[in-house]
Write a protein that binds this ligand. Structure first.
Ligand code: ZN
Length: 56
């Protein structure tokens, strides 16, 4: 497996893997980790919020 969270792979992702984290609200951060929204749906979150669920 290649590194999916580093380098050129990020450039191929929509918005180059960057955005605003839906949980902590950090802007222009890499959203490469899986968390959950308040309803338990899968959500892309930042490294800090890896595995977390958004507050209801
Ligand atoms: Zn976050």
């Amino acid at each position: 497996m290649s590194k999916n969270k580093r380098g050129k792979a990020l450039w191929r992702m929509p918005s180059r893997a960057r955005g605003t984290c839906p949980i902590c609200g950090s802007t222009r951060i890499k959203l490469l980790y899986l968390g959950k929204d308040a309803a338990g749906e899968k959500l892309n979150v930042c490294k800090k919020c890896d595995g977390k669920q958004a507050a209801v």
